[in-house]
Design a protein around this ligand. Structure first.
Ligand SMILES: Nc1ncnc2c1ncn2[C@@H]1O[C@H](COP(=O)(O)OP(=O)(O)OP(=O)(O)O)[C@@H](O)[C@H]1O
Length: 260
């Protein structure tokens, strides 16, 4: 039977209960317990090789814990099917500059999920792609080849791809690596805006402690299973006032205009 997906009055988005993970004989995650509530912003930190990427891959179902349980939106991960509710931007996509896809094709590939890559897109799906491109301010790059773009532009493309299904949870693995300071600042403004105004829950790996603290403030560090977390609740966990969390790509597109 499913356990209730709430902690107090707030929905549990990710619940991790005593998980272990090993690559062959090397234990990387060792007894991790952790919860992410709706609208939390989780900053995941740790030294190189600590297991941050491994954890994110387990949350998005690419790796399976050796022991322990992961629940997504209250469901055991093995039964979870609503992958559109989660957007994932993996660690810097080592992109071959000869990769032939256009920006629009990369962004729309976020719609396919595990379904057929070659079916025709509906008008509504093409509209979503347009909204995601506009929200990330890359509409003028839509027909360019992704391999010809700068690192900062590519990063916006992958963020648009993760946003196209209007996810409730966005998972970002070191999104600002190799990007100049000004572009990084713009990227953090976007992230903050999406968190504060669109109630998206975030889990973000970053080595940029200054940027993390600038947004999250002085938060106590939680440690478990060899990893460290900063968590910002956007709400008082005891405050049970209902907030309407529904939003749309169209709204995101419109509201991102204030950032330009
Ligand atoms: N496919 C794999 N096979 C074997 N070992 C692996 C594999 N992937 C990662 N590892 C090892 O597991 C450990 C954790 O790797 P992971 O990429 O999760 O760390 P990380 O905290 O994300 O590191 P970084 O900050 O450098 O990105 C490292 O020691 C790494 O070498």
């Amino acid at each position: 039977m499913n356990k209730p997906a709430h902690s107090g009055c707030h929905q549990q988005i990710v619940s991790i209960d005593d998980i272990f993970f090993s690559y062959e004989n090397k234990t990387v995650i060792d007894g991790l317990r952790f919860q992410v509530l709706e609208r939390d912003f989780v900053g995941l930190i740790g030294s190189n090789g600590a297991g941050k990427t491994t954890l994110l891959k387990m949350i998005v179902g690419l790796l399976r814990p050796t022991r322990g349980e992961i629940r997504l939106f209250g469901q055991p991960i093995g039964q979870f099917r609503d992958w559109e509710r989660i957007g994932y931007v993996p660690q810097k996509n080592a992109l071959n500059p000869l990769f032939p896809a256009t920006v629009r094709e990369v962004v729309t590939s976020g719609l396919y999920g595990k379904k057929n890559m070659f079916r025709r897109l509906t008008k509504a799906q093409l509209q979503k792609a347009d909204d995601a491109l506009y929200a990330m301010r890359i509409e003028d790059l839509a027909d360019r080849k992704i391999g010809q773009l700068s690192g900062g532009q590519q990063q916006r493309v992958f963020l648009a791809r993760a946003l196209i299904n209007n996810p409730e949870l966005l998972i970002l693995d070191e999104p600002t690596v190799g990007i100049d300071a000004e572009t990084q600042a713009g990227f953090f403004r976007m992230i903050r805006h999406m968190h504060q105004h669109h109630h998206i829950t975030f889990i973000m790996v970053s080595h940029d402690m200054d940027a993390m603290e600038a947004y999250l403030g002085e938060q106590p560090v939680q440690r478990s299973g060899g990893l460290s977390f900063y968590v910002k609740h956007t709400h008082d966990p005891q405050d049970c006032v209902e907030t309407d969390l529904t939003h749309s790509m169209q709204q995101l597109r419109e509201s991102m205009e204030v950032l330009s």
